[in-house]
Design a protein around this ligand. Structure first.
Ligand code: 1PR
Length: 550
């Protein structure tokens, strides 16, 4: 296999990139020292986390000058995400740190007044009209494809400015802001999106770059109709995984978190077995799921470090599933089976190295939030959320919340934040608050969901996976009141979860809340609907969705 050199200069969750490179027929060689760059023919600079951290690491490691020389020599160079940002003069994220300066612009933070930040999800990379017509579809980009982005800072597009310098530019639009999604010139390609997480569309661009096909099939691409600019509605498939009574890891699904059979031949309490995790993840990817989430739902009982089958599931899934993979369950400071203390960051690293792109933290974030308030709202710096977010970037940290309703007569009856609900309980009470739980809903805590999400946002969580125990497995639709309440409290994106039973529930949640994504489990596992049916339905109602490209 031909090779490509990859510069892994910070702790990065780049196994997916290696898998994607292998998939398009190349082998990876690592750059271990600045002098290795001279030997590289094709060089890729991936990047995660903070601009300042990445650039400082590159500069302290003596990599910046060799990278400049590589680019100037005309050899192929590709930057991904912060690897794109590194080519610019600098970033508002860390104003004192300089970039490589090849592109005379600065990264700016997205405006979060009317939209969530970070920008997470599938958006366009549309060649600009100001470029020469033959450059509009450079390196295999297509106007009707969607690409996976995750970032808070971007180079805002100034029409014609970079094109005058000979750059081909492809843009995406988030809210009112149009920014650079990809940029190319001769031997250089840089993408703000992650090609390794963008399904076939991303693999096509990666392949085109590695094969040196600057204008690969552009004539064909030029005739494709753009499929609407802007962020698509994200549909996520979630797999709750646990060991069944025979010791096999299976996908299961509970009703209000109870995963044992209550009727039929398995009545008597067998764990509901809905299939094999790797096969099901692949199936949902091929149906067009925008992300796949695995929740290891009994991790609070098992030591995750002993849970090598879960790591194997991630490894195998990440070889064939080229959309973001999230893993949850047991991400916390842990004691290994031999008694060694293992910090949460190391547990997360183990999952990232096995192919996860994000980790989802449940119970531990509730405890961390309680401590945050007991310190008077001060950060400690050593929680799982903070340490993982600092090392891998906030986009890698999801907080999974398992709230349930507590009804009261009047708001004054509880110190917690209440809502007036349109769904009173049997006793006719019309106010409720959402109580946080831990250990898969088994234990309730004196913390409400608003307190939790505000605290974890302050700690550096990048996204909230908002479950709802009352709705889980009910097929009765999402808890729209809960979602609106949480959305009003924070700026980071929210994934609505629990209760989806039919495609209309997805259009309801996108119509009546400002959720950033919606997740389904049981309805997909039981074969009642496919992910593509949900997306087709959303498209028929005028929502922008990504279509699976085979
Ligand atoms: O606390 O960090 O070890 O993480 C444990 C993780 O496992 C948490 O994210 C928690 O939500 C999850 N979990 C624990 N027990 C259960 C259970 O079901 N007994 N599952 C559980 C949570 C909820 C959703 C589900 C949606 C959609 N599953 O992810 O997929 O409710 O379901 P539906 O569409 O069928 O209604 P930690």
């Amino acid at each position: 296999m031909p090779t490509v050199h990859l510069l892994d200069y910070v702790a990065g969750n780049i196994r997916s990139l290696v898998n994607a490179i292998n998939k398009v027929g190349y082998e990876v060689e690592w750059i271990r020292s600045p002098s290795d760059i001279e030997k590289a023919e094709k060089l890729i600079l991936p990047g995660v986390g903070h601009f300042g951290h990445c650039l400082t690491q590159l500069s302290d490691g003596g990599y910046l000058e060799p990278i400049r020389q590589h680019i100037n020599s005309g050899k192929p160079f590709m930057g991904i995400c912060v690897g794109l940002q590194a080519l610019f003069n600098g970033s508002e994220e860390n104003p004192d740190v300089s970039g490589i300066g090849l592109i005379p612009m600065k990264m700016q933070k997205f405006d979060d007044k009317s939209k969530s930040v970070p920008h997470i999800g599938w958006n366009s990379a549309l060649g600009t009209n100001e470029a020469n017509a033959d450059r509009q579809a450079f390196y295999g980009l297509r106007p009707n494809s969607k690409y996976y982005y995750v970032h808070s800072y971007a180079a805002m597009y100034e029409p014609g400015f970079l094109e005058k310098e000979g750059w081909s530019v492809a843009t995406a639009t988030y809210g009112e802001e149009r920014f650079i999604g990809a940029i190319g010139r001769e031997n250089i390609l840089a993408t703000q999106f992650h090609p390794e997480k963008s399904g076939q569309a991303g693999l096509r661009t990666l392949r085109a770059f590695l094969n040196g096909d600057y204008l690969q099939s552009f004539t064909e691409a030029m005739h494709l109709e753009p499929r609407g600019d802007g962020l698509t509605r994200r549909v996520i498939a979630c797999l709750d995984v646990r060991t069944n009574d025979d010791g096999d890891l299976v996908v299961t699904k509970g009703d209000q978190y109870d995963v044992r059979e209550k009727s039929g031949s398995d009545a008597g309490g067998q764990v509901r077995n809905l299939g094999k995790p790797v096969d099901m993840a692949k199936r949902y990817y091929e149906q067009g799921a925008d992300e796949v989430t695995f929740l290891n739902i009994t991790s609070f009982r098992n030591c995750p470090l002993a849970d090598t089958p879960m790591l194997e599931i991630l490894r195998r899934t990440s070889e064939t599933v080229f959309v973001p993979l999230t893993i949850g369950g047991g991400i916390k400071d842990t004691v290994d089976t031999d008694g060694t203390k293992v910090p949460a960051l190391d547990v997360a690293t183990m999952y990232f190295k096995s192919g996860a792109d994000k980790v989802s933290i449940g119970s531990d974030s509730v405890f961390a939030a309680e401590e945050y308030y007991s310190r008077g709202g001060k950060l400690s710096g050593d929680t799982a959320i903070e340490t993982i977010s600092n090392a891998y970037g906030k986009q890698a940290v999801v907080v999974s919340v398992d709230p349930k309703r507590v009804y009261v007569d009047r708001p004054e009856d509880t110190p917690h934040h209440t809502i007036k609900t349109a769904y009173p309980n049997q006793a006719g009470q019309t106010f409720c608050w959402y109580q946080c739980t831990v250990k898969g809903g088994r234990e309730t805590r004196d913390l409400d969901v608003r307190q939790l999400v505000k605290a974890v946002e302050a700690m550096g969580a990048g996204e909230i996976l908002l479950n709802c125990i009352d709705k889980d497995g009910s097929n009765s639709g999402f808890d729209l009141e809960l979602i609106n309440d949480v959305k009003a409290a924070i700026k980071i994106p929210v994934i609505a979860s629990s209760g989806a039973g039919v495609p209309e529930h997805f259009s309801d949640v996108f119509n009546y809340t400002s959720t950033d994504a919606a997740l389904g489990a049981g309805m997909f596992h039981r074969g009642e609907y496919t992910v593509s049916q949900v997306k087709d339905y959303l498209a028929s109602k005028g929502f922008l969705v990504r279509k699976f490209e085979s």
